[in-house]
Design a protein around this ligand. Structure first.
Ligand code: NDP
Ligand code: PYR
Ligand code: MG
Length: 592
């Protein structure tokens, strides 16, 4: 028992290591697939060796750099390969921070952090975990957006798996080239809608890499359990096609059967190689594929779409916290969305689900509180014939209305939600208008990166005389207003997906259902403290993200058990402590 607890604390091998993985008859563990191999079935030969000397210094999982003690240097043939001093991990961390802070440019910080991840994984995660608020903008939005745009140029070492059309028919073998065989979470993109920056083809790889770093730092999943994947089906981005440093396939995007069959092969291979309980997070697909793929695989795989569902949960969590501040109800608000794509539709639907449960009304009825504008104007019934399926539910009876400013005038919303990737969409006039008929307008400018935000924090506060409850997808610096400092919140799915992933894993969930996102949203809202509310904040600080993720994980896992989707039996009695005990610690391990 003690040793089990020790393992769970992270002093020994992590409990998630003990996942049975693939088993063959009789329950024999066949983690690497060799026993199940037949003459026909190809396996990758691999060997686990004890690293020492230079090899140890070059292995980011085990390297401690100057953190190797003198005894460790003796035992592992490192004498003379390092300068003579020994630094504690804390001193190494301070050195890294000082170095990072000296770079004037955000992209330089990104590159330096990625290099640290390649060199000394534990130190990288220690820096990220201990300084999450400061580091998040570099490993994640907005800097990751710039990194993706320049990925070909800043490319140093490959990270994650690149699966292109060239790998058609061989994807299972490609998965077996990956050095880890115990994979629990995959974040996959095809690079077609990278943040609000459009089609970046294979360079979208920065997103799965960044999101999975957050799975570890924010959600406590061990790095080796995480696999970033980019599916390269070409790109329609002319600049990239003409760029001699572009690292992907130089062809137009595959569509139709060619596209679908590659994705299908990937999804089958993933299940075959890692089993039923590997979580696949779809990220930054363009909406014509995102909705389809989610519908197609959600009944056969453990999948979710972060842009549709993760974003929905983070917004609902913020809205619950916002109405707690205003003393109103979610169902009291009138919602107007600028943008009716993946993020917009996902958010609208979870709000409607919440209202339906809260007010005990039919979903149809609940949807009527929500109005959406797309690039062609207000969704309303005269457009039903030409709308995509996911928009039809919000095409209510109303006269036609050409654009967002006109819709604001006609509908008098109390909540504005922006998912257009269009800077300036929440203009001075619109913010003033909303502030004229609502005491505390809720303004969520969700588009990423910062350059695409519908408005800035300063604009939202200035044009509403400091009354707006504001949050944005990418972070904004604090704003001074009437002698007070307001630190804007970040409405980003990074609050949700790490806890969602951890919750699925600790429960051994086999499917993700919308109710799990509803629970995640409520758990997030619960983490907003009284002090946060008093300061007009609708999200808790990212500084507490590991605690937040543990609460989300426990809520998600509890729902998975309730829905009969959990396979880890018996159910841990205290899911919260169990979630916390499973979290990866970046502290160095002592070597013999
Ligand atoms: N903060 C967060 O956690 C998240 C933020 N996002 C951000 O949200 C943004 C959108 O993502 P996503 O929903 O996936 O993208 P989509 O492409 O699916 O949706 C964009 C929507 O904006 C609409 N639109 C474009 N121009 C206008 C306009 N002038 N007026 C009104 N509507 C307009 C589009 O209309 P039409 O349908 O007619 O083309 C479409 O409905 C991105 O910037 C992304 O980074 C996404 C996920 C999470
Ligand atoms: C945050 C995120 O997932 C996006 O902007 O796409
Ligand atoms: Mg995304």
């Amino acid at each position: 028992m003690e040793s089990q607890l020790k393992d769970m604390r992270g002093d020994g091998p992590n409990v998630l290591d003990k996942d049975p993985g693939a088993t063959i008859a009789g329950g024999v563990h066949d983690t690497y697939g060799e026993d199940a191999a037949t003459v026909e079935r190809i396996v990758t030969p691999w060997a686990r060796t004890v690293a020492s000397g230079v090899e140890l210094l070059r292995d980011p999982r085990y390297n401690k750099g100057l953190g190797f003690t003198l005894a460790e240097r003796d035992h592992h043939y490192l004498r003379g390969l390092l300068p003579p001093v020994h630094f504690s991990q804390e001193l190494q961390e301070e050195r890294i921070l000082e170095d990072l802070r000296s770079y004037p440019d955000q992209l330089q910080k990104y590159v330096a952090l990625m290099e640290l991840q390649e060199r000394n994984e534990r130190l990288f995660y220690k820096v990220l975990i201990d300084h999450v608020e400061e580091m998040l903008p570099f490993v994640y939005t907005p800097t990751v957006g710039e990194a993706c745009q320049k990925y070909g140029l800043i490319y140093r070492r490959p990270r994650g798996l690149y699966i292109s059309l060239n790998e058609k028919g061989k994807i299972l073998d490609v998965l077996r080239n990956w050095p880890e065989h115990n994979v629990h979470v995959i974040v996959v993109t095809d690079g077609e809608r990278i943040l609000g920056l459009g089609d970046l083809g294979i360079q979208g790889m920065g997103i799965p890499v960044g999101k999975l770093a957050l799975y570890t730092a924010l959600g406590g999943l061990r790095p080796s359990l995480c696999l970033p994947v980019v599916i390269d089906v070409g790109t329609n981005n002319k600049d990239l096609l003409n760029d001699r440093f572009y690292i992907g396939l130089k062809r137009e995007r595959a569509t139709g059967e060619e596209y679908d069959s590659l994705i299908d092969e990937f999804m089958s291979a993933v299940k075959q190689e890692y089993g039923e309980r590997v979580l696949v997070q779809f990220e930054d697909f363009a909406n014509q594929n995102a909705f389809r793929l989610l519908a197609k695989y959600s009944t056969t795989h453990l999948v979710f779409n972060d842009d549709i569902q993760g974003t929905a949960a983070v917004v609902l969590g913020g809205l619950i916290a916002a109405v707690n501040i205003t003393g109103t109800k979610i169902s009291d608000q009138t919602y107007l969305f600028a943008g009716a794509g993946e993020a917009g539709s996902g958010i609208a639907e979870i709000i409607a689900m919440h209202i339906s449960k809260e007010s005990n009304v039919e979903l149809e009825e609940a949807r009527k509180k929500i109005w959406m504008v797309d690039s062609k104007g207000l969704l309303e019934s005269s457009r039903l014939g030409s709308l995509q399926e996911y928009k039809k539910r919000y095409a209510h009876e109303h006269e036609s209305c050409p654009d967002f400013p006109a819709a604001v005038k006609q509908l008098k919303p109390t909540v504005l939600i922006g998912t257009t990737s269009k800077k300036g969409m929440f203009s001075k006039e619109i913010l003033e208008e909303v502030a004229s008929f609502t005491e505390r307008p809720i303004v969520l400018a969700l588009s990423n990166p910062t350059s695409k935000s519908e408005c800035t924090a300063e604009e939202a506060l200035k044009y509403t005389q400091g009354r707006a409850l504001f949050a944005s997808g990418s972070p904004f610096s604090p704003v001074e207003m009437n002698g007070k400092t307001f630190t804007p919140g970040q409405a980003n799915n990074a609050y949700i997906f790490p806890g969602m992933g951890l919750g699925c894993i600790i429960a051994g969930a086999i499917r993700v259902q919308d109710e799990m996102f509803l629970e995640a949203a409520r758990a997030l809202a619960h983490q907003v403290s009284k002090e946060d509310s008093e300061r007009g904040l609708i999200y808790p600080s990212f500084t507490h993200i590991r605690k937040i993720s543990a609460h989300i994980a426990a809520a998600v896992a509890a729902k998975a058990y309730e829905l009969g989707l959990a396979t880890r039996i018996p159910r841990p009695t205290d899911l919260l402590s169990y979630a916390q005990s499973c979290m990866y610690s970046p502290s160095y391990r002592k070597y013999r």
